[in-house]
Design a protein around this ligand. Sequence first.
Ligand SMILES: Cc1ncc(COP(=O)(O)O)c(C=O)c1O
Length: 376
Amino acid sequence: MSALDHYVESFAGETGYLNWAAFGPVSPAARAAMTDAAGSLGSFDPRRHAAVGAQAGRAIAGIAGLLGADRAEVVLRPSSTDALQHALFGLRGAVIAGATEFPSISLTLQRASDASEGAVAPRWIEPRDGRVTPDAVADALDDDVTALAVSHVDYRTGYRADLPALRELIGPERLLIVDAVQSFGVVEEDWAAADVIAGHGYKWLRAGRGTGFGRFSTRAIERIRPVLSGITGTDADGPFTGEAPPPASAARAFTTSVPDQLAVARLAAAVDELRGVGVADIAGRVAEQVGEILAIAERRGVRSVTPADPARRAGIVALVPDDPDALGRRLADAGVAVTVRGGAVRVAAHAGTSAETLRMLEDALPASGNPAYARS
Ligand SMILES: Cc1ncc(COP(=O)(O)O)c(C=O)c1O
């Protein structure tokens, strides 16, 4: 049995679950790792405590490996929003962002602006369909712009931003800050295009809450003032006396304290599992599932606003029927878990989504007489 087959098997019981973009039920590997870690932390053996503490290094190394980054560039945080706070609060100048981004970008950027009394100034863009394309960014670009903050995959439409093209557009001097929550682990990407990458493990990695992380490139470390740097954010080894040490010169400057060890145990196990299978194989499966969901929608006459091009999407399909709430109720009645929000029904499949789950979706979608299916 291949590593991918084993991985798919670990999704046993997922029947009807198409809500991976909201929450990924915690995997057997992550659950077992947390139970082990809890046992060690419940012992009175300092060596076992230390072994649990060392899992942070394992998680960091694994994430760095997946991002093609240096370990010193990766930090563990409670959430992706927390990692974005560390980035956005330390900026200066105009920052381009989509007005309809998930609040982890939009609200955090606004708060950073308020706290800096305007030294950080959001430059909101409102592109057609909410897609942060190079053309949409180009229209807002001028010499005042110091950074672009963007979701790699849009939580509403499933649109996957073209990171290399955005990098090429903004040039090497401006910072590219990326929310990778809806893509990390399920798409292959050239992460080197981004300066800051924020993600978490509680959806596609199946590692539960408390598993955020951030990657800060050398350029980001040089440019972003570590406003919230705390007791783990210095080069000092333990408590200091006298003058407070400056923030560290590595990404750890963007940390405040030691992460939750049980969350780290889950994350380390999830990352190990992911690396064992390989992102390419998982991404291939996810792409197939999404292709099938789009085909089901087409057969049923339900419109989708998710891009047809596999390179511009990940695991999310946004259906826009005439009556999203009615479709949501129908799916719930059929035992299909999705998210209904903002006039769309968000369907999200993972590598382990079964044919039975897709059949349930198809059976529950009415042959609706909706307007002709149109993908762009
Ligand atoms: C695109 C995106 N970013 C950020 C978040 C929130 O992440 P966290 O809870 O780690 O702050 C979500 C949650 O749904 C999301 O979809």
